[in-house]
Write a protein that binds this ligand. Structure first.
Ligand code: C2E
Ligand code: MG
Ligand code: MG
Ligand code: MG
Length: 281
């Protein structure tokens, strides 16, 4: 049974979204413990300017160091954390940790970076989102223009007017906003132009096959053209090969992120990378 599977218990429960209520309760309980006992950790993946090869930012990605089953990747616990609302606590912690890390790098003499943090629907809807972020910026000293929130099209489209209103407030605070996993949601072109965003992130599912002649090449080119028409920057995620990079560069993509350049890593690894010469140029 699932219960007997020991250290894979949590992964199993989170994976099978039809896990029974009892199993879910157990998983929720261990998520609560994880928050209380601070079992989470943040890793950072660099983002590169495709023309200069310079790192201009990093994306914060959470990991759960479960005492017996960890590290557990976000795909295996974010959906349940979202469903039961614990994501609000996790997200607040990730945001604070990431902003504090960004300032720690600056204090160590490294150039200022844009810190990107993923925000899921429940977090975005939380009544305290704006005050939490304001408090985090004040507490850490991170300037608002160095904090970017990555949100998805589907988050926005659940309540278009409400989401755009919140996005405007975040924009007024000085934050940057980007659309993650772009192309997999269903935002209309007419609504896209009203989003106060700075960047579109091409979903990695379109990047995967860019090395070969595929429809994904046409899709990637179309997203890049669309972004530029709307005066947005465009980043490709999940870049793993030089062939993908060559295609993206030839197509005018502005920024890249992926295993080819750097995996999500501990702060000291990022620090070393920031001291090394540019690699993507
Ligand atoms: P995402 O924001 O779209 O992040 C990109 C995912 O692709 C990350 O997986 C990253 O590790 C992975 N990745 C990066 N480069 C490559 C590559 O070259 N090849 C491949 N195959 N994968 C690559 P990860 O860290 O497992 O995160 C998965 C998702 O979980 C994220 O997707 C995001 O939606 C969510 N997530 C992660 N951290 C947080 C968080 O702190 N808060 C919230 N709300 N969601 C988070
Ligand atoms: Mg992201
Ligand atoms: Mg993404
Ligand atoms: Mg994704």
């Amino acid at each position: 049974s699932a219960k007997a599977s020991g250290k894979n218990q949590c992964r199993f429960y989170a994976d099978s979204m039809n896990a029974n209520a009892e199993n879910k309760l157990a998983m929720v309980a261990s998520l609560r413990t994880a928050v209380e006992e601070q079992q989470f950790r943040v890793v950072y993946q660099p983002k590169f300017d495709i023309r200069t090869g310079a790192i201009f930012g990093v994306e914060a990605l959470v990991r759960w160091d479960h005492p017996t089953g960890g590290p557990i990747p976000p795909a295996d616990f974010i959906p349940l954390a979202e469903e039961c609302g614990i994501i609000v606590d996790i997200g607040r912690w990730v945001m604070r940790t990431a902003c504090a890390q960004s300032m720690a790098w600056q204090h160590a003499g490294l150039p200022p970076l844009v810190m990107s943090v993923n925000v899921s629907p429940r977090q975005f809807d939380d009544a305290d989102l704006l005050t939490d972020i304001a408090a985090t910026l004040l507490g850490t000293g991170l300037p608002a223009h160095l904090l970017e929130l990555e949100i998805t099209e589907s988050l926005i489209m659940r309540d278009l007017d409400g989401a755009v209103a919140t996005m405007r407030e975040l924009q007024h605070m000085g934050l940057l906003l980007s659309i993650d996993d772009f192309g997999t949601g269903y935002s209309s072109l007419s609504s896209l132009k009203s989003f106060p965003i700075t960047t579109l992130k091409i979903d990695q599912s379109f990047v995967r096959d860019l090395g070969a002649k595929t429809e994904d090449q046409a899709i990637a080119r179309a997203i890049i053209a669309l972004a530029h028409e709307l005066k947005l920057r465009v980043i490709a995620e999940g870049v793993e090969t030089h062939a993908q990079l060559d295609f993206l560069r030839a197509s005018g993509c502005d920024e890249v992120q992926g295993y080819l350049f750097g995996r999500p890593s501990a702060p000291d690894v990022i620090e070393a990378l920031l001291q090394a010469p540019a690699v993507a140029a």
